[in-house]
Design a protein around this ligand. Structure first.
Ligand code: ADP
Length: 189
């Protein structure tokens, strides 16, 4: 199973990706987590991207493409994985395709987490104070605007490839998990 999750911040992609990792053993790849780790460790990459994450802006395609390429070029590269938060632009999707084709690991499916912006705002702002630094209301608004602007081309890219599956994401964690597994499980071989 090799899948990409696309959805706005707060749509539940991270939660579902962690469920798949825990229950089916597929590797959860989150560029957001990788960047936050770099920031926490104070690496030069971390220092470079910290202000972008704090503002809810995207890191450059080049930088995240390189992070992901490094992961796949390492000897213990994952062969079954779910990507959460990458690719985020059509250019990142094209770079990922090139990389995975070179490795003979093409994607099986892309899941589009569909959810109202209003619900997402309630969820993310509810996380303020006990969640991530970038969940403050002004940053959340920014992340949603960035998502609106970049996701259309990304979704078109995958729809054209016939890989895109829409799921209604405003559901319980367990129901959503079942819907996703139903789509992905036939592709698990
Ligand atoms: P969310 O989906 O809730 O925004 P993420 O953890 O996926 O959470 O991303 C957090 C931040 O990390 C983004 O706002 C952005 O600054 C940066 N980031 C993560 N993935 C990418 C990516 N693929 N391209 C560019 N920036 C990214």
């Amino acid at each position: 199973m090799r899948a990409v999750f696309v959805g706005s911040p707060g749509s539940g992609k991270g939660t579902q990706a962690r469920q798949l990792q825990d229950r089916l053993g597929v590797t959860h790849i989150s560029t957001g987590d990788m960047l936050r780790t770099a920031i926490a460790k104070g690496t030069s990459l971390g220092r470079k991207v910290a202000p972008l994450l704090a503002a809810g802006q995207l890191v450059s395609d080049e930088l995240v493409n390189e992070l992901v390429a490094e992961l796949f070029r390492s000897p213990n590269r994952p062969e079954r994985f779910v990507m959460d938060g990458y690719p985020r632009t059509a250019a990142q999707a094209a770079a990922l395709d090139a990389l995975l084709n070179e490795l003979g690991l093409p994607l099986d499916a892309v899941i589009n987490f569909q959810i109202d912006e209003e619900m997402v705002l309630r969820r993310l702002i509810g996380r303020t104070g006990r969640g991530r630094d970038d969940d403050a209301e002004s940053t959340v608004q920014n992340r949603l605007t960035v998502y609106r602007e970049t996701s259309r081309d990304l979704l078109t890219y995958y729809r054209r490839q016939g890989l895109l599956h829409d799921v209604a994401a405003a559901d319980s964690v367990e129901n959503l998990y079942k819907k996703i597994v139903k789509i992905l499980q036939p592709k698990t071989v």
